[in-house]
Write a protein that binds this ligand. Sequence first.
Ligand SMILES: [Zn+2]
Length: 336
Amino acid sequence: MPTMKAGRMNFGTGEFHVQDVAVPSPGHGEVRVKVNAAGVCLSDVHLIRGLVRPLRNGDAERTLGHEVAGTVDAVGGGVEGWTEGDRVALQALVAKPWGVDTMGVDYDGGWAEYVVVPHGVLVAIPDSLPFEQACIIPDAVSTPWAAIQHTAKVKPGEAAVVLGVGGLGIHAIQILRMSGAAPIIAVDPLPGPRENALRRGADAAFDPTQPTFVEELHAFLGNRGVDTAFNFAGFPGIDEQILPLLSPGGRLTIAGLSGNPFTVENSVALIVHQQRILGHYGYLPADVEQLVRLVHWGRLDLRDSVSAVLPLEHAHEAVRQLETKDGDPIRLVLVP
Ligand SMILES: [Zn+2]
């Protein structure tokens, strides 16, 4: 039986290893994709460190990797419209009766030479789009896109704050710029990401660890509050800091997985001003297709989003670099 390298996480023992496993075969309705590039997400760091587990089958062993691009390698029965060699990105979420299954969490993902997926997750990508950029669209770009378009429903002229401008938040800055939000404010404790955010369209950037943070942000906004805030980072205490700055009708959308509890200190103000705290997860298949189109037509530039490309065998090193923010990586990409 042919084998391949795969980055496997055992959620029961908490161990992660790149090891040899059997090359999977596509069943009915499935497609095997030869992986050309796979992104490393902060969620992967959280999964490897045991901070986040699959909601179902919490002790399973899985190949990680939910940001994947490659070429169609083998097509199972009942699949039409795809042939060997087609260039694709994989959207990682599959709707299920119980909610949603995530590739690389609930079924084997793309930190491997090959991945088998239901054919419905394939999104064709043009020759103009390199695999390294294509693979990060599912999640690193499409999650902020969906948070902004579907969950927060941002309108032109709204004041927006992005908390955490790393892998996801930096793309939120670009998408908010396209969506007409004004002003757009980046909040991050690290100077590198703050500078990146200013380069990509933020009007101002603040350090939330400074004692004057809230006053400075308040002064920058004038009497106006924050219409729409996005938490992509999960650094402690940030939700408490931003809630009092929301405008009437303002909303805080939380997409960064941290697992930390937080307190609504003034629940009366939240009620009277009809503010909303929204959880956001994932994206729709159409979001990936729209983003591929926007990148192809030059409306969205992802060329600076891939900080480094590492061989799959160096997955541990990629996780370490992302976890310690060594070199302020936006996205690290693994290549089998
Ligand atoms: Zn992710």
